[in-house]
Design a protein around this ligand. Structure first.
Ligand code: IPE
Ligand code: MG
Length: 229
């Protein structure tokens, strides 16, 4: 979700207004994803690197997360959405940590859309913590170094049961991953849309999915026509 600040600047509005409108785009997108039968939607809400922003903007973003969970959790639960959180929780305020646990606990039994909220998330940090935990197990003799395969490694990531993303959409025209799901994105299709996040809507999501469907995914293999099957 990128481009909140630019959306606001283009209108002579404060960045906070861009973030507020960004939450509205998020509500639309979650609803649309549920309607379209998407099983998992992961949103990059706050990156481990976003702490370098001015304190007032960090506080705006934390406030929006608090309000999003307080105001929208009941509705998400009603809509059978299961909420999961990935990221480093220890650096977050205690009340936010509590809200995150509350959101996960309340919606644990839901089997509609899974909404994965990446908050204080960084892919390199996630990979490093996995390596650290594996190293401890090897050092304690509970795991053989030879057993460390990509499949095993994946089990030490934040949400090992969530499948790798088929499609990653980045808004605002920037064309990079910015430390998002680096391990899981190995074979994801990447789509960069020129619109700023507050303008993202159902039509934009449907367009991205239509483009995804036109892509041919080979996973390092051959095109279907070349296999003769
Ligand atoms: C994305 O919009 C929102 C978050 C990082 C939470 P930005 O704040 O990055 O907006 P730009 O990139 O300055 O336009
Ligand atoms: Mg940005």
């Amino acid at each position: 979700m990128d481009g909140n600040g630019r959306w606001a600047a283009e209108r002579g509005l404060p960045r906070a207004e861009g973030h507020r409108r960004g939450v509205e785009a998020l509500r639309r997108t979650v609803r649309a994803a549920g309607d379209l039968g998407i099983s998992v939607l992961t949103i990059f809400s706050f990156s481990a690197e976003n702490w370098s922003r001015p304190a007032s903007e960090i506080s705006d973003l934390m406030g929006l997360l608090r309000r999003f969970i307080r105001n929208d959790l009941a509705e998400l639960h009603q809509a059978n959405v299961r909420v999961r959180i990935i990221g480093e929780r220890d650096d977050l305020d205690r009340d936010i940590r509590r809200l995150l646990v509350e959101a996960e606990d309340l919606t644990r039994g839901n089997d509609g859309l899974t909404l994965v909220v990446a908050f204080n998330y960084g892919a390199r940090q996630e990979i490093a913590q996995a390596a650290r935990r594996i190293a401890v197990e090897v050092a304690q003799g509970r795991l053989q170094a030879e057993a460390v395969s990509p499949e095993l490694f994946s089990r030490y990531l934040h949400a090992p049961d969530i499948p790798d993303p088929d499609l990653i959409i980045r808004t605002s025209g920037e064309q990079r991953l910015s430390n998002f799901l680096l391990w899981q994105a190995a074979y994801s299709e990447l789509i960069f849309v020129p619109i700023n996040w507050p303008d993202f809507d159902r039509a934009a999501l449907e367009n991205a999915i239509a483009e995804y469907r036109r892509r041919e995914r080979r996973f390092g293999g051959l095109m279907v026509a070349e296999t003769g099957s």
